[in-house]
Design a protein around this ligand. Sequence first.
Ligand SMILES: [Zn+2]
Length: 269
Amino acid sequence: MDIFALKPLIICALIFVPLERLLALHPQQKILRKSLGIDVIYALLNSFILKVVMILVAASAASLAGLLVPERLGPIVSGQATWLQIVEIIIIADLGVYAAHRAFHAIPALWKFHAIHHSIDELDWLATFRAHPVDQIITKSVSLLPILFLGFSTEAIAIYFLIYTGHALLLHANVRMNFGPLKWLIASPQFHRWHHADHREAYDKNFASQLSIIDALLGTFHVPGSALPEKYGVDEPVPTSYLGQIGYPFLRRNQERANAAVGTPASDA
Ligand SMILES: [Zn+2]
């Protein structure tokens, strides 16, 4: 059994490595870049974690839906045309992603988890997977629980996952791609590169994962013309090893507590 989803990862590589060579935004960026091995570990382990999370979220949704959702709602929702269900899922899930993502930026204790994803300084398709499991579990729960709760069909959810995954990989890929006026509606690679920019004016912008219109409506949209960021990553010292990154949010909190106990301010250096 392919519990770590190695085959889908190979298929993604077969699609995105040639695409990045064809449409390279930074042609000098190497395929075998630094931290590649860590991102492969994230890709394989996150896939396993996601499966576990989905099982738990689905079980929670089933028990909650039985208590709170009228019995007739599920058949009405799943009885709609599949394409309409997919559109509805994208809207509902991305509102959840936006809310969770914004919280991860706004709340310092949550940011320590999300800083792992922002520690990427060379964006490519594989970097998509670099996310702390706590970040992934909370974001997926917030965005997917309503979907399962409302009773969308398995087929629509499966197609949504394919679209979501392909879109997420494209957003991080080393590709030069603008969506023209559609950038106001659909998240583009340029839109998401500005989210990862280490530029003060771009901090806490572009939270949506698929629908940039959510940011446009809520005042967090930042895509200045056709410009692209010069620098990605974070200024804080995120460890470069996998285990160091997994422990980072907890160690930092312990260090800050210890500093507070002796009256020393926590250092970001
Ligand atoms: Zn972020």
